[in-house]
Design a protein. Structure first.
Length: 240
C-alpha cells in the first residue's frame, strides 16, 4: 500500500474501461505514488452518474485530486487529461498521455465523428454489455491484444452498462469535445507522450503534439499496440 504522504498520481482510463484497468501499472509504481484511479462518468461504478459532460468530469477530477498531482490518461482518458491540464495548470505537476490525441481539428470531420458516435450510442442502447464488449474488442486498434490481456479487458468492460457508455460517447467522445491542437502551446508542465510502437496513427499524433508543446517528449512503447499500459505496465510504470 502506498504511503499517504507519497506524491499523488491520477490515472484516467479509456472508453469502455474502468479505473481497475490501471491495477498492473499501480502495482508497478508501488509506494512511489499514491495512485487515484476513478471510474469516469458513464463507466463502472459511475455508470449512472449524470450529467456525462466534460465540465462535470473536470469538476470530478478537481475534487478528488490533491492540490498538486501527476496526471496520466489513456485514449479517451488522455484526451480528458489534456483538458484537465489546461484547466488546472497550477495543480498538474506533470502530464502523461498514452495513445491519446487533442481531438479533431477540422470542424467538418468533428461533426462527422459526432454523428458516428451518436449512431453507435443509439445502437449501444439496444444491446447487452456482453455483446458490446465483445464487439469493441474487435476494434482494429484493440484486436491484437494478447489473449490473456484481451480476456482481462473484456471482464473490465462488463463493469459498465450500455446506457452509461452511450452517455459517455455522447458527452466525452472525440466528436463531442473541442479540439485542443491550437492550445497545446499553453501546456507549461513537463509532458510525456506515449504510444505503442504498433500504434502507428498515435505514434504520429504523439510526435506532432511534441512539436507543439514547450516541454514534451514522445516515446514509443516497444512491442505494444494502442493499449500500451495493458501490454507493458512495467515499462509504463517505470516511466511514471
Amino acid at each position: 500500500m502506498s504511503d499517504p504522504d507519497s506524491p499523488a498520481l491520477v490515472l484516467l482510463h479509456g472508453f469502455t474501461n474502468t479505473g481497475a484497468s490501471w491495477e498492473p501499472v499501480i502495482a508497478r509504481v508501488g509506494q512511489r505514488y499514491r495512485a487515484i484511479a476513478p471510474d469516469i462518468r458513464g463507466h463502472g461504478s459511475a455508470s449512472d452518474s449524470r450529467p456525462v459532460t466534460l465540465a462535470a468530469v473536470l469538476t470530478d477530477v478537481a475534487a478528488l485530486a490533491p492540490e498538486r498531482f501527476t496526471l496520466c490518461g489513456y485514449s479517451m482518458g488522455g484526451r480528458i487529461a489534456l483538458h484537465v491540464a489546461l484547466a488546472l495548470p497550477e495543480r498538474v505537476q506533470r502530464l502523461v498521455t498514452i495513445g491519446a490525441s487533442p481531438g479533431i481539428a477540422q470542424r467538418s470531420e468533428r461533426d462527422a465523428r459526432r454523428a458516428a458516435d451518436e449512431a453507435l450510442a443509439a445502437r449501444l442502447e439496444t444491446t447487452t454489455i456482453e455483446a458490446f464488449a465483445a464487439e469493441w474488442a474487435r476494434t482494429p486498434v484493440l484486436a491484437d491484444l494478447p489473449p490473456q490481456l484481451a480476456a482481462a479487458a473484456h471482464e473490465d468492460r462488463l463493469r459498465s452498462t450500455p446506457a452509461g457508455l452511450a452517455r459517455a460517447l455522447r458527452g466525452l467522445g472525440t466528436g463531442a469535445l473541442p479540439s485542443l491542437w491550437e492550445r497545446l502551446g499553453e501546456l507549461s508542465m513537463p509532458v510525456l507522450l506515449l504510444a505503442g510502437e504498433r500504434d502507428l496513427k498515435f505514434l504520429g499524433v504523439a510526435s506532432e503534439m511534441a512539436s507543439l508543446i514547450p516541454d514534451a517528449t514522445a516515446v514509443a512503447v516497444r512491442g505494444a499496440g494502442h493499449a500500451a499500459h495493458l501490454e507493458a505496465p512495467e515499462f509504463v510504470g517505470d516511466l511514471l
